[in-house]
Structure formats: C-alpha cells, structure tokens
Design a protein around this ligand. Structure first.
Ligand code: ATP
Ligand code: MG
Length: 524
C-alpha cells in the first residue's frame, strides 16, 4: 500500500507541512476528526504544485477559530452557511477548513440544503473523482486514504470525471472548474463527463450559477501557474464572461503578465516564495474599468487577496520612492532594503517600475549582485577557521558580502586582511603520547586528535568549503545591520585573548599543527 504520509511529507513545502501539523493538532485537541482533502491530495499524488491546503473536519470548524488565531493563523473569511473558514497559515500558506457535509439540491439555481455529515458522505458531494479523496490525519488511522471513486486511477489515467450524471446541473460552477483543471493539467474530460458537459453548455445550465461560486472561481485564477492559458480556455468556452460580462483576454496586460510570471520563476529559483496572486489579478484586469474591477473584487471571499490587489500600486510606489532615496544610496543599502521588502512587492515593482534607476536596482538585486557572493573567499575562510560553526559567522559573511558589494574590498588580499582578525584561535594540540595505563586513560583525547587531523586536511585544501553564504540566505538570516567599519576591531579584542592563551600549548607539539600561516602567506 502506498505510504501517503511519506508522499505528503516530501511533496509539501516546509511551511505547508508545518501548517498541516498545526491544524491537525488544533482539530484533534478539539476532539474533531480531521482529513486533508480535495486538491491538496490530488496534487500530492499527481506531482503538481500544491497551491493550498483543504482540510475537512467532522464537526464545526468555526469553533476552532480562536485556537487557530492564537497559533498565529489569520482568518481570511468565514462562510457561515456552509461552515467553512478560509485561512492564511504562517508562511503565507493558504488553507481552508470545511465541515464534512452533505448537499441536497432541491431547486436549480438555489443553494443546496447543507447538513453535517461523515467524511464518507462528504466525499460524495465533491466535483470530480480526482478531488474526492481524503487522507486521514487522525490518531490510529493517520495515512489512510479514502478514495471511494477511484480518484487515484483517474489521476493515473489523467482524466477529469464527474461523480454522477447530475453534477453540472446541480452546480454549474463545476463547468468552469472542469475547464480550469483541464487547462491547468492538460487532462481531458472523460468521455461521459464530456457528453454531460456539452449537454450542460447546450442547456445553458450556467445561467443558474450561484453568485458565491463566481467569486470563488475568480479568486482561483490568481493562483494559477499559467493564468493566461487558463483564462484563454475560459474565454473559449464562454465562461470568462460569466465571471464578469466585460472580461475578455483583450482586457489583460499580457506582456506584463508574462513578465510577472517569468520574474516570479526567477525569484522562486533564488529561494523566494512571492505570492503572485494580487499581481496576477492586477494584470488580468489591467484594461477593465475601475467599476468593473470593483465589481470583481466585491465577489471574492478572501479579503486579504482583495486588499493586497487594491493596494499593490500604492505599496509599489512607496518602495520605488525609498529606492530612489538615501536609504538606497549604496548597493549594500539597496540590498538591505530589498531584502527586507516583501518579495511580492519586489516582484511587482520589478515588472512595473517606471524609473529606470529603480528597475536597474531590482535587476542588480536579482542578478548581478548575487554573483558577488562568488568573491567571498570560502576556502580561505575555512583555512582561517571562519566556518558556519562560529556563532558570529553569519554576520562576518554578511559584512564581507556588503563590503564587496560596495567595492570597499577590491582585491582578495584586502578581503583576507579584513577577515583575518575574525579568525578564532586554533584548537588546542593533543596531549603528548602516554604509555601503559595512562594511554588508556587518554582515550578520551581522541576528539582533539581528530580535530587536528581535520585541520591538517583543511590546510592541504582537502576539506570541503562551508556551504556558500548565499545572498538570499544572508538576506534572510542576517539579523545585524551592516556596520562594516569598526567591526574587525571588536572581533579582534574578542579573539586575541584566547589565541594568546593557546600559544604555550601550541609550542608543545609544533609539528602536528599544520603550517597554516605559511600557506596563506604563500598564497598572497
Ligand atoms: P485548487 O488546486 O485550484 O485549489 P481544488 O480542487 O483544491 O483545486 P478548491 O476550490 O480549493 O479546489 O476546492 C477544494 C475542494 O473542494 C475541491 O477539491 C473539491 O473536492 C471541493 N469543491 C470545490 N468546489 C466544488 C464544487 N463546486 N462542487 C463540488 N466540490 C467542490
Ligand atoms: Mg484547493
């Protein structure tokens, strides 16, 4: 049997994984059975990007709100009628928790009658087989996959299949969803589903779509990896004008959107995780009137998305202004400013900046300045024992990087001169060899020998360099602000005292200590 927990653990991002534990623990503490459901399961199994986490609990998730908020979760929206809460988990992870429910559709175009139910019943009201699975997160059954409609087989066959013949009639928003998934995954509709889809189109079922569903479908576009392709398909199928009568691909800033998605990928490759959603909405609706945009926004349930989209231009302007000012007078200051800015703002401004200087600074931040890290002399730093094991390492590495960025360390010699005072004292040499019983007692000294051995390796240039202090790591981990001048002095006073204390011991076994100084002199 497949180990779905293992698959989940390797497929989710670290933040998503933490989010699963957090929600799971809160639901369990409240005595509710909890399952990971819907698209998250589909994407875990199929290998596609997991965009958000859908949880289903047997019970009322609205009761979990307080505990969730205490744990640092933001509640983005609450849909009381179906007892669903939309969340933003730490690390910008989107999630929703729904109550396991049945839906009885009595009248076309009217909302269904909703009742609390078991997870098994809940799966029967879902849209497609690939979305009708649940993974138990409960003690005792954690990892058990509920797949009553054989969704795994349809994922393997790459097919979108409804659960029953009335699916599109009951909820016409599934027509839009079917098109969206077909466009995203490039999976066709299964034959009978296609026949039902065509009949539904012919019969204009879409006229009975519920308003609430429209808002949900609009918001989903913000998170597509290739939104243009999805919107084109929606337009081709006549669904785009259902989302808004004035919306068409002509209203999209396609070049801006393309640039945005390219820059987003570039940032993802560099280790950032910008939420491109608000910017995607901005470009998808660039040529719509203010009023049409306001209409679209009104329908979106997630208010955080709406607010971020509404304020995106204003925030970008503010960042641009700062980038033109004193705060960004040098490359290192600009680096700091952009590292502290929200990645989504850097992303948006990278594409929309009007001032060439701003555009250039962001470009440098994402490309040229990153190459400066290659000038950090990592092998020599290892030789000087300035390695990530040192508590002050992040700051030293960051300071070197900043000085290099500003052109204040122009050569390798200058860089090494700057670094030297930070070198910690060499480790104490091993005690002199003992004989007999004393030798046994000295067994505990082995680590010291190992250290010397390791150091010898370093001196010969065999030891591995420490992991590169990547600019993104530097920007994220460095707590201290750049204060290049004066720093070496502090470090000097800190390190010199123990260095001297170690001197007599070094004399005791001079040959075992590698000729580090001589070697670095040679290099110079
Ligand atoms: P995405 O990757 O776009 O988030 P998703 O399948 O997770 O895809 P959501 O809109 O997040 O889509 O919905 C979560 C789950 O809720 C779906 O997988 C599906 O099981 C169920 N669902 C959503 N909308 C409908 C609907 N209109 N009819 C039936 N089930 C639905
Ligand atoms: Mg989802």
């Amino acid at each position: 049997m497949a180990d779905y927990i293992y698959t989940m653990e390797i497929r989710l991002t670290p933040d998503q994984l933490k989010g699963v534990s957090l929600v799971q623990d809160i639901a369990r503490a409240a005595g509710m059975n909890i399952y990971l459901t819907g698209g998250a399961i589909r994407d875990i199994i199929s290998g596609f990007t997991i965009r958000d986490l859908d949880f289903t609990v047997q019970g009322n998730p609205l009761k979990l709100q307080k505990d969730l908020e205490k744990a640092g979760v933001r509640i983005s929206a609450v849909e009381e009628d179906i007892r669903m809460i939309l969340l933003l988990l730490p690390g910008n992870v989107r999630a929703e928790i729904s109550m396991a429910r049945t839906e009885i559709y009595e009248k076309t175009g009217k909302p269904p009658i909703v009742s609390a139910a078991t997870i098994h019943e809940d799966l029967r009201r879902r849209d497609f087989t690939v979305n009708a699975m649940a993974l138990s997160l409960n003690e005792g059954s954690r990892g058990l996959l509920l797949d009553p409609f054989n969704g795994v087989a349809d994922i393997e066959a790459k097919l979108i299949r409804i659960l029953h013949n009335y699916s599109f009639l009951e909820d016409p928003s599934r027509l839009i969803r079917a098109t969206r998934f077909a466009a995203r995954f490039h999976w066709p509709l299964e034959e009978r589903t296609q026949a039902r889809y065509d009949a539904a189109k012919e019969g204009k079922y879409i006229d009975h779509i519920l308003r609430g569903s429209i808002g949900h479908e609009i918001a989903q576009l913000a998170h597509e990896d290739d939104p243009l392709n999805v919107v084109k398909m929606l337009e081709k199928e006549d669904w785009l004008k259902v989302l808004h009568p004035h919306w068409s691909t002509a209203k999209i800033d396609t070049s801006g959107l393309g640039q945005l998605m390219k820059t987003r990928q570039q940032m993802v490759d560099l280790g950032y995780t910008p939420d491109a959603g608000p910017a995607v909405m901005y470009f998808l609706t660039s040529r719509l009137s203010e009023k049409d945009i306001a209409d679209l926004r009104k329908q979106i349930p997630r208010k955080d998305l709406v607010e971020a989209w509404r304020d995106i231009e204003l925030h970008a302007k503010e960042l641009a202004k700062r980038l033109m000012g004193k705060e960004a007078a040098t490359p290192s200051r600009t680096w700091q400013l952009l590292s502290d800015a929200r990645p989504e703002m850097v992303l948006f401004l990278a594409v929309t900046a009007k001032q060439q200087a701003v555009e250039q600074k962001i470009k440098n931040f994402l490309t040229k300045w990153r190459q400066v890290q290659q000038r950090i002399p990592l092998p020599e730093m290892t030789e000087l024992l300035i390695t990530p094991q040192l508590p002050e390492y992040p700051k030293i590495a960051r300071d070197v990087f900043m000085l290099l960025l500003d052109g204040k360390l122009r050569s390798r010699t200058e860089t090494l001169k700057f670094l030297k005072p930070f070198a910690p004292p060499p480790p104490p040499p091993p005690p002199p060899p003992r004989r007999g019983r004393a030798a046994k007692a000295a067994a505990g000294a082995a680590p010291a020998v190992a250290v010397v051995g390791k150091k010898a390796e370093v001196a010969k240039g065999k030891a591995k360099a420490p992991p590169a202090a990547t600019p993104s790591a530097l920007s994220l981990s460095a707590a201290a602000k750049p204060e290049a001048k004066g720093k070496p002095k502090t470090a000097k006073t800190e390190h010199h005292a123990p260095k001297q204390a170690a001197k007599p011991a070094a004399k005791a076994a001079p040959k075992k200590v590698p000729p580090k100084k001589a070697k670095s002199k040679k290099k110079r």
